[in-house]
Design a protein around this ligand. Structure first.
Ligand code: PLP
Length: 401
């Protein structure tokens, strides 16, 4: 007699326990079985002591959450489908109509667009502050301010803020501060212990990380995390996360789990190559300014040095150049198109080097005084050989001669 579907579904075999291998298993589920109705009623999805539904966690996502807490020095972690979703979840969980959020003027662009395009609909206002002037942040705090975003270094222009002073200002005003920690990745500095030895610790309240970048490391996964150290704050975020139905796919969690062991090595490698290319760019006559926090000429360099200089791998693999104003936008586009190893595309953190020209004028409240006029190009340095990348930049610059 041939096997029935029942036999194939309700099969008696269970593999032996005790399987151990370098990578944790990949558990996939929407439905999770309970041993009894009593157990179903009793299980609490909130505390990670058991399983209730795929969306609320599996062994795979719990494992990734715990490892990310270790990476960033936090206590609780939520996983969301992208870095931007992490930023949006923080806003939705913590802000209501009538509240105001403060955002650095050099923040990740879509974070500003979220405030302008969505939060505004719900009666939540926003103001942009100067990331290099803590007194401007202090002055923009009002009785309606409920959340302050921090970012170090800033997207695209890579100014490094006085993060310690910014956090002190938030604490003194009693306002929650959330850091977009994608650049630091938990490696360049420790967001929940910014001043080692200080008691109580000088810490951000929330660290958001686009795992899409270095933790994934492949350019093939989208994911974000929200990390906290305060249980009550975490629960507020977690309830919002659950009600919105946010979760991540098991295979994506597996990909990030696979990337994490090599993260510190990759980060350091990206960092070294990027510093070498940024230093070389300083020697090129085509550029009016080279932006990388480890360069003494880069805005906020002293703040970077105070916080990150002594960490092995103290900076991410990003640097930007501003072409001298005699180069037209069309010429700069030609330069980008002429690159062969550098691909034209958004995001960063993978093995392939990337280039994007930005129109800075439309991205900021005004042209920042610390930036030279001209067209800005951002490079994300991958894992190719530095000499090959330098030769590629040189041959593309040659096309401008
Ligand atoms: C890429 C990035 C994000 C968003 O991540 P996605 O996963 O692409 O949504 C947020 N913040 C910073 C600083 C980023 O670089």
């Amino acid at each position: 007699m041939s096997a029935s579907s029942t036999d194939l579904i309700h099969h008696p075999y269970t593999p032996p326990a005790g399987f151990a291998a370098p990578q944790p298993g990949v558990f996939k589920a929407s439905t999770v079985f309970f041993p009894s109705v009593a157990a179903m009623r009793h299980f609490d999805w909130k505390d990670k002591s058991a399983y209730t539904y795929g969306l609320h966690g599996t062994p795979t996502t719990y494992t990734l959450e715990e490892r990310l807490c270790t990476l960033e020095g936090g206590a609780q972690c939520l996983l969301v489908p992208s870095g931007l979703a992490a930023i949006a979840t923080v806003a939705l969980a913590l802000l209501q109509s009538g509240d105001e959020v403060l955002i650095p003027d050099n923040a990740y662009g879509p974070s500003k667009a979220l405030a302008e395009g969505e939060l505004a609909h719900w009666g939540i206002s926003h103001r942009f502050y100067d990331p290099l002037a803590p007194q401007d942040l202090a002055a923009k705090i009002s009785p309606r301010t409920r959340l302050i975003w921090l970012e170090a270094a800033g997207s695209v222009t890579l100014e490094f803020p006085d993060l310690l002073e910014q956090v002190r200002i938030c604490k003194a005003a009693g306002i929650l501060c959330a850091l977009d920690n994608t650049w630091g990745a938990g490696l360049a500095f420790t967001p929940f212990d910014l001043q080692p030895g200080a008691s109580p610790a000088l810490a951000v309240d929330i660290s958001v990380h686009a795992l899409t970048k270095y933790p994934s490391g492949g350019g093939d996964v989208l994911m974000g995390s929200i990390i906290t150290t305060d249980e009550r704050l975490h629960m507020k975020l977690k309830l919002c996360h659950m009600r919105l139905g946010l979760g991540v796919a098991a295979n994506d969690a597996e990909a990030v789990l696979r990337g994490l062991p090599s993260l510190p090595l990759r980060y350091r490698s990206h960092d070294e190559a990027t510093r070498a290319l940024a230093r070389w760019s300083l020697t090129r006559p085509e550029f009016a300014q080279v932006l990388h926090p480890a360069l003494p000429t880069s805005p906020g360099h002293d703040h970077w040095r105070a916080l990150c200089q002594n960490t092995p791998g103290g900076a991410a693999g990003l640097f930007s150049v501003i072409f001298k104003p005699d180069y037209s936008q069309a010429q700069v586009d030609t330069f980008c198109d002429a690159l062969k190893l550098f691909k034209i595309g958004y995001s960063w953190g993978g093995p392939v080097s990337l280039v994007v020209p930005y129109e800075l004028a439309g991205m900021r409240q005004g042209w920042p005084a610390h930036l030279q006029p001209g067209t800005l190009v951002r490079f994300s340095i991958g894992l190719e050989a530095v000499a090959d990348l330098q030769a590629d930049l040189a041959q593309a610059l040659q096309c401008l001669a």
